[in-house]
Design a protein around this ligand. Sequence first.
Ligand code: NAP
Ligand code: MG
Length: 406
Amino acid sequence: MSTGMEKIRMTTPLVEMDGDEMTRILWQMIKDELLLPYVDLKTEYYDLGLENRNATGDQVTVDSASATLKYGVAVKCATITPNGARMKEYNLKEMWKSPNGTIRAILDGTVFRAPILVKGIVPYVKNWTKPITIARHAYGDVYKNTEIKVPGAGRAELVFTGADGKEIRELIHDFDGAGIIQGIHNTEKSISSFARSCFAYAVDTRQDLWFSTKDTISKKYDHTFKDIFQEIYDREFKQKFAELGIEYFYTLIDDAVARVIRSEGGFIWACKNYDGDVMSDMVATAYGDLSMMTSVLVSPSGVYEYEAAHGTVQRHYYKHLKGEETSTNSTATIFAWTGALKKRGELDQNQELQDFADKLEQACIKTVEEGKMTKSLSLISTCENPVILNSLEFIRAIRATLEGLL
Ligand code: NAP
Ligand code: MG
């Protein structure tokens, strides 16, 4: 029982980034029902809800990222990325940038997404018995491109003018009619950060790391990715990998796709920006549901920010505002908290905190496996007679399971 039991102490605060809409409602429920009764929760609180981002000129987002660099571990609620409709809805002074983009730029991090596996939610790929974590490089390539729609005949060249004035010039194509051209780039700095984040996360989670590009076709561009990964691995991580018995494995992207499908999972798959965009949706869908996906941003220096992979679940929030019942799945948001608490516990050598986080994760999984779940989970579960719970009932069911485990 929780009452009378001494709460688990924390020494260093977590950076807490509150967010928007339905996930903001879940955030408070999770704290009230699953954390505050058991943990003497220490956080440095930043309200990244859109109203406060607007009121602070988005300074709060920058401050929360700086605090993350200072303390090393953050937990973030889903936030609205403003668009035209949100400008009106929230009467915004500016169309503020995506908080995730701002935080990622300050932390210089890579996002790792992994599914939460439970019995009864069967992946479409039947041999995937362990999670596959996708790491997507989040800078450059086609996402920062320059394009020309070629109107007719003419010559296209690639020109680089060095700071010293020296020119490098390559023929792209001599057009004899209309066509298209695209210029893309990346930087050694960004690729190196990406590589370091991937190797560090593989060490942290004791999983093999796979990396794939198309270096046989792209002999300079993609090959540079391959070379940078190999150099950083050989110089900084090879020994650590050997000690842990984990492996770094490079292969061509098409070979990787075939191997991933045949695999049992249980590794990290690092992808270039576009490959990661495509493959993360493929992998997420194949494992079941976005509401069962966790996400962690890892900086090359080993700073961690945990969140759910899904958004603010806007449609459910509007129902909630109308006083209607919602059945929103809080699992991924709970796992954001447990991920952060475990990492904090590890850094502070606080075993009790780590054990609590483990038990809370077990409680989430056990609750669903016993047939108590939210609406969206019941739709993809093989459970014969699921008990469908509303948002708060689901969290309270997890609490009841947790009480049994503590
Ligand atoms: P979303 O919030 O992920 O929700 C899309 C749909 O997926 C929901 O309407 C719901 O389907 C289902 N869903 C997602 N999470 C669920 C959960 N936990 N439990 C049950 N069902 C869930 O994406 P969105 O509606 O496209 O975006 C809403 C807002 O989130 C946007 O303003 C966007 O900018 C923001 N966003 C933020 C982040 C982030 O902070 N990391 C990421 C993505 C999007 P049904 O409605 O059919 O039940
Ligand atoms: Mg995408």
